[in-house]
Design a protein around this ligand. Structure first.
Ligand code: NDP
Length: 284
């Protein structure tokens, strides 16, 4: 069976790793700050390593799902990791990072003979737990086929969307839409409450009308209950919209820019809450 080094055992990585374990893959993991996910996986047979170098040495496939570009750089481009890479290795990079960082990692790994798949995911923690994620992969079909059994253990919909970096680009576009739709859904709930409209009726009717969105249908209950346990942290959504909108003024994305501004404001108080907490800026 394939040996997998799994880096980034957070809200997404931990349930993804669990599914790989259930499918019979040999896992190599290490604790970053939080030991709980490592202990859980070790209980079910994962091997705990004490350094990134050991993870790389013990695995054939590396999977990373880290917060953002900064951590991709710190981990994937560390000497510890790079010095132990060989042409036997394949990297499945699942972080929602920027296309530029993905291309940078790939060019360095390519020089080492390492095959890379740009493979961000969608579907949330529920999708990660149920093994029903969507994978937006960038790279070649050859590499995708090599790791297909690994992806199949975690995901239901696996797309090849273009070359390295294209996965990250499609993910950023999805996230810009998701962020805008969340703001729009919060505004819908706010208006419904001002107009004394029943929320359940609203959900039922709009689900069969032109204003429907995945976000409204799936997050309405969270917006009403105001239970903002993450989920998907608001700070990560801000990061994703920023990747899409960029820093400059070269991309004319008025709604994306407005959403970014709102998420930046909300980040001051709600960074670690679910991104539905953006509604706290909107609901009165
Ligand atoms: P979390 O913050 O829950 O998890 C991040 C993980 O990375 C933690 O296990 C953390 O360890 C680890 N980590 C951070 N820095 C390092 C480092 N330097 N070395 C090793 N490990 C490190 O985030 P999520 O799991 O929610 O998200 C991960 C990625 O997936 C993000 O890019 C996010 O945008 C994306 N994503 C998230 C979804 C969601 O619904 N949550 C859905 C789809 C994509 P520790 O806790 O010990 O510090």
């Amino acid at each position: 069976s394939k040996k997998i080094g799994f880096i980034g055992l957070g809200a997404m990585g931990f349930p993804m790793a669990k599914n790989l374990q259930k499918a019979g893959f040999e896992l190599h993991v290490m604790a970053h700050r939080n030991r709980v996910p490592v202990e859980e996986l070790v209980k079910d047979g994962a091997h705990e390593q004490t350094s990134l170098a050991e993870i790389v040495k013990h695995s054939e496939i590396l999977i990373s799902i880290l917060p953002a570009d900064k951590e991709m750089e710190e981990v994937l481009l560390s000497d510890e990791v790079i010095n132990h890479l060989t042409e036997k290795h394949i990297l499945i990079e699942a972080t929602s990072g920027s296309p530029d960082m993905m291309k940078r990692v790939n060019s360095i790994y390519e020089n080492k003979g390492v095959k890379v798949l740009d493979a961000p995911v969608s579907g949330g923690t529920t999708g990660a737990e149920n093994g029903t994620l969507t994978v937006m992969s960038g790279g070649t079909d050859d590499v995708l086929q090599l790791v297909r059994p690994v992806l199949d253990a975690m995901a239901q919909n696996i797309y090849l969307v273009g070359p390295i970096g294209a996965g990250k680009a499609v993910k950023a576009i999805n996230q810009m839409l998701a962020g805008i739709h969340m703001v729009a859904s919060a505004e819908a709930v706010s208006l419904a409450s001002k107009l004394d409209v029943d929320f359940n009726m609203l959900k039922e009717v709009i689900s069969n009308s032109s204003g429907a969105s995945w976000m409204l249908l799936n997050k309405l209950d969270t917006l009403i209950s105001k239970n903002f346990d993450p989920g998907f942290k608001l700070a990560l959504m801000r990061k994703d919209i920023q990747i899409a909108v960029g820093e400059g003024t070269d991309r004319a994305l008025p709604l994306g820019a407005a959403a970014l501004q709102l998420f930046r404001m909300a980040e001051k108080d709600f960074a670690e809450k679910d991104f539905a907490a953006i509604s706290q800026l909107i609901l009165t």
